[in-house]
Ligand binder design. Structure first.
Ligand SMILES: Cc1cc2nc3c(=O)[nH]c(=O)nc-3n(C[C@H](O)[C@H](O)[C@H](O)COP(=O)(O)OP(=O)(O)OC[C@H]3O[C@@H](n4cnc5c(N)ncnc54)[C@H](O)[C@@H]3O)c2cc1C
Length: 227
């Protein structure tokens, strides 16, 4: 009997350069957005790490618990066009996200990536932008708003349609006020309003703002609903 042996594939790049290797990022800050959702700002390690882009996601490790995919919700401060901080907004739903949710400033989190396709925000130059997001689905789209606002004159109208189950589930509520002042048309609706809520509620109101332009680029993301 003959056997065929194949040579082991040559390693063409050092393991440290691949997305397979988790790096240690430090939690620089932790902001509670809602009762079950936080935004963690992570500082990259001193060693060279791959750059992330809006729309991509990382595999975040809570050491000793597990690893989950979480989108980039911001790219922090930037020097020479290269962000050295990652922001992730995550909702505590299970073991791993609960552990990440509880990570205090100064603690270490594992980061692998980037994975996924990035939003090509620059391709919307000269056009209106419409962003439709529900629940935690706004997290990966936040970088679209921030990128467009950083170069506001390149784009036409920026319309952000946001939905959440209740007013208490709305993310980035203070930031959305700032975005409004900077010229973003923010329309917020909730499924179940409470007595203090003066915005829209229910699906019918969600379609009340129509961008109306034919030169529009739209991004749309909603959270998966499990309840
Ligand atoms: C590409 C990608 C990007 C993602 N980006 C984000 C992000 O930016 N922020 C974020 O919070 N999540 C994000 N998620 C979802 C996140 O990965 C899951 O919530 C996480 O894997 C749950 O792991 P766990 O171990 O904490 O919970 P598990 O033990 O896996 O799940 C616990 C329970 O929660 C339910 N559950 C899982 N996910 C959700 C959810 N999102 N909402 C409600 N119930 C849920 C499950 O059905 C299960 O019953 C992303 C997922 C993918 C695939």
């Amino acid at each position: 009997m003959t056997s065929r042996r194949t040579a082991a594939p040559a390693l063409t790049e050092p393991a440290a350069e691949t997305a397979a290797v988790p790096r240690f990022y430090r939690v620089a800050s932790r902001r509670e957005d809602t009762a079950d959702t936080v935004t963690l700002e992570l500082t990259e390690p001193a060693q060279a790490v791959p750059a992330f882009a809006p729309g991509q996601f990382a595999m975040l490790t809570a050491f000793g618990v597990g690893e989950v995919p979480i989108s980039v919700s911001g790219l922090g401060d930037s020097a020479g066009g290269r962000a050295h901080r990652l922001e992730h907004t995550l909702r505590a739903v299970g073991a791993v996200t609960r552990a990440l949710h509880a990570a205090p400033p100064g603690s270490l989190i594992g980061v692998r990536g980037p994975f996924g396709t990035s939003w090509d925000v620059a391709s919307a130059a000269g056009r209106d932008i419409v962003i439709v997001a529900g629940g935690i689905g706004l997290a990966p789209l936040r970088p679209v708003v921030l990128t467009a606002l950083a170069d506001r004159s390149r784009y036409g109208r920026i319309v952000l349609l946001v939905g959440a189950r209740t007013p208490g589930d709305l993310l980035y509520i203070d930031e959305m006020e700032r975005w409004r002042r900077d010229g973003v048309e923010v329309v917020i609706t909730v499924d179940r309003a409470d007595s203090g809520w003066s915005g829209g509620s229910g699906w019918s109101r969600r379609s009340s703002s129509r961008p109306g332009s034919c030169r529009t680029t739209a991004w749309h993301l909603s959270a998966a609903r499990t309840s």
